[in-house]
Write a protein that binds this ligand. Structure first.
Ligand SMILES: [Zn+2]
Ligand SMILES: [Zn+2]
Length: 138
């Protein structure tokens, strides 16, 4: 029994000795990592120009847009509201529809009609001084 206790004591001493050595080896500055992490986790600032409105982009070809913006002077179509880039005229909304030229029924988008394969016709409905007008989009 004595031997066992002595053994246990030795073992404990050895273990605690090991532990102390392991602890003392790496210099552990506990509060420093937390302080270092602070600025990294901070929310990055947005670039200064982020709040400026994006100028509308001219749509040379329509694909499946439902609402676009039209220049009332040159009739160019844009993806957003704002001013026409070529003449500065304010843009107005235009509703776009796609139609098969054969049966004159609507099709989902520009391109070939899913029923007969013909190229879809595109129309825009715009507000003018005399009311809503529907015109073909070239
Ligand atoms: Zn224009
Ligand atoms: Zn068709």
């Amino acid at each position: 029994m004595r031997h066992l206790i002595a053994l246990l004591l030795l073992l404990l001493l050895a273990l605690s000795g090991c532990g102390n050595r392991a602890k003392s080896e790496p210099p552990a500055p506990a509060p420093e990592p937390a302080a270092d992490r602070g600025p990294v986790q901070a929310i990055p600032e947005w670039p200064e120009h982020a709040d400026e409105p994006r100028p509308p982009v001219h749509l040379a070809r329509l694909t499946n847009q439902a609402i676009v913006f039209e220049c009332r002077r040159c009739e160019r179509l844009y993806d957003g509201s704002g001013e026409c880039v070529s003449d500065g005229t304010e843009l107005g909304p235009a509703r776009i529809t796609y139609r098969c030229p054969a049966d004159e029924e609507p099709v989902p988008d520009a391109g070939k009609c899913p029923r007969c394969g013909r190229e879809a016709e595109i129309f825009k409905a715009v507000r003018r001084a005399d009311g809503i007008r529907v015109m073909a989009v070239r």
